[in-house]
Design a binder for this molecule. Structure first.
Ligand code: SAM
Length: 496
């Protein structure tokens, strides 16, 4: 059998299996297609014109692959104690066998990935300076495998004796879940009407949360009173206990065969009590690809989670500067004790005012290319002369919020931020000009990983370049503000 025949046969067998599941329905207006030549794997295409609101397919809740639907948890009670993520990994490792109910589904799930989790050390080196490396979580995952997953599998040879229990299989399932799973609300009937829409477990800024909410309510469609459907979110990674209770981490066959594109998204998954339904959210032309959205993610996140980048489409990109770099630079003249006092003050400010001066990283978005006010406040407070800091502390947190914005853009801050931005720029392996040349000669079909790495790091460096220019252009009215100490390290600090 040729590779192509095998690919097509798997797609066909998968669709036949799904159609045979009681209650499952797949419209004849869609088909699975092979877009491997475009590095997009399987994809769903329209076979006819589709109207907005049309149901493309409907999957019973009983068909989804989840801890609850698999019989494994009944034989391995410890699975109930695991977090949703690890629980599903362990369940899927046990289900990945010839006689599994989901065998035909496993046959179309990937066994190889283009995500950096599977890159060589040399390839990872190409991502130096980007946030992808910090957020990879490979060591953490391997610790969970060693300390939790492997001992559990060894304890139940009757369940795991004949399946692949290797670290590779564990990483593979983790990656499948990261890029294919959904968070499905467990029991929509228990919810207040207002809260029917699934929420993103990952904490975004308040502003973004509000936007998400608005978006979802707009998209949530009601069919009729008994058959209410609400939108299901593509999975995000972070966990907390509430989310564990409310949302089921699940693999939804066929729903996960839609590729993602936040600009071209024309379908969404909605749920009712018993079914999950993929519906067109726009009119779709014959032969058009049907896209879901994975959210407005920066290319760095698309690469880390899904193994692709949107070539040249950078509108969601961000640069993240570790906050520690700003603290080290701005606090260079402070003794350990004084630095601690200021940090404590800001920690309390963050808690009480719901601000994020001391987040792990400072994010500069491509849409602003500007230092966030919270970051300017952080370095401003660290650079205050001792008497000015004592005054500020005495006046309390309202005085922090009332600091005039123009004081934040002083000559001292300008010097400091230019040095921070340049430091971040120097963390990348190459400079902008080198990458601009390199990207032209690095073809995706010849070296996809390198091409993706260049897409991510070049965009980040361009954001930094634009931000440096903006900071240089700050309109500084007073030459030297009296309340700030110079950002330049003193002799004592430099020697230390
Ligand atoms: C939920 S699956 C979609 C189905 C997948 N194409 C397949 O063959 O099984 C997500 C994966 O599809 C690929 N993918 C999704 N959207 C893509 C896009 N816009 N461009 C390139 N690859 C994409 C990535 O490999 C991603 O990890």
């Amino acid at each position: 059998m040729t590779n192509q025949d095998d690919f097509d046969a798997r797609s066909q067998a998968f669709l036949s299996w799904l159609q045979s599941e009681p209650g499952a329905q797949i419209s004849s207006s869609i088909k699975l297609a092979d877009l491997r030549s475009q590095n997009q794997g399987r994809a769903v295409l329209a076979t006819t014109e589709i109207a907005e609101g049309d149901v493309l397919f409907s999957i019973p809740r009983t068909t989804i692959l989840s801890v609850e639907n698999s019989g494994i948890a009944a034989r391995v009670p410890e699975i109930a104690e695991l977090d949703r993520w690890t629980g599903l990994i362990v369940t899927m490792m046990a289900e990945d066998r010839a006689d599994s109910r989901w065998k035909k589904y496993f046959d179309v799930l990937p066994r190889a990935f283009t995500t950096p989790m599977f890159w060589s050390e040399e390839e990872l080196g190409e991502l130096a300076g980007t946030t992808v490396l910090d957020q990879l979580g490979k060591e953490e995952a391997e610790t969970t495998y060693r300390d939790v997953v492997k001992p559990l599998m060894d304890k139940y040879p009757g369940v795991f004796g004949k399946v692949d229990c290797s670290l590779e299989a564990y990483h593979r399932m983790g990656s499948v879940i990261l890029s294919y799973s959904f968070d499905v609300e467990r029991d929509p009937e228990d919810e207040d009407e207002e809260e029917d829409v699934t929420k993103l477990p990952e904490a975004e800024s308040d502003e973004e949360d509000e936007e998400e909410e608005g978006d979802k309510s707009e998209n949530a469609m009601e069919v009729d009173e008994e058959h209410e459907v609400v939108e299901v979110e593509e999975v995000v990674e972070e966990e907390d206990d509430d989310e564990d209770e409310k949302f089921l981490k699940a693999m939804v066959p066929l729903a996960d065969m839609l590729n993602g594109d936040s600009d071209l998204c024309n379908a969404k998954l909605f749920y009712s009590k018993d079914q999950l339904e993929m519906r067109a959210t726009k009119p779709i032309a014959k032969d058009e690809q049907i896209f879901n959205t994975y959210g407005d993610l920066p290319n760095a996140d698309l690469l880390r989670r899904y193994g692709y980048t949107r070539f040249g489409k950078t509108k969601n990109d961000v640069v993240e500067i570790p906050t520690q770099i700003a603290i080290d630079a701005a606090g260079v003249n402070l003794s350990e004790l004084h630095l601690k006092k200021r940090m404590d003050f800001m920690l309390e400010y963050d808690e009480q005012q719901d601000e994020d001066l001391l987040d792990d990283s400072i994010q500069i978005t491509i849409s602003t290319c500007a230092i966030p006010t919270s970051a300017l406040l952080l370095t401003y407070i660290l650079m205050l002369k001792p008497a000015a800091f004592r005054d500020l502390r005495k006046q309390g947190f309202e005085a922090v919020s009332a600091i005039p914005r123009k004081s934040l853009k002083s000559a001292e801050q300008q010097d400091l931020w230019l040095s921070i931005l340049r430091k971040k720029m120097n963390m990348y392996k190459t400079d902008v000009v080198t990458d601009e040349n390199l990207i032209l000669e690095t073809k995706a079909d010849q070296n996809l990983n390198l091409r993706n790495a260049i897409e991510v790091r070049l965009s980040e460096k361009r954001i930094l370049e634009a931000t440096i220019k903006k900071v240089k252009d700050w309109k500084i009215r007073v030459n030297k503000s009296k309340e700030l100490i110079s950002s330049r390290p003193t002799k004592r600090a430099r020697m230390a």
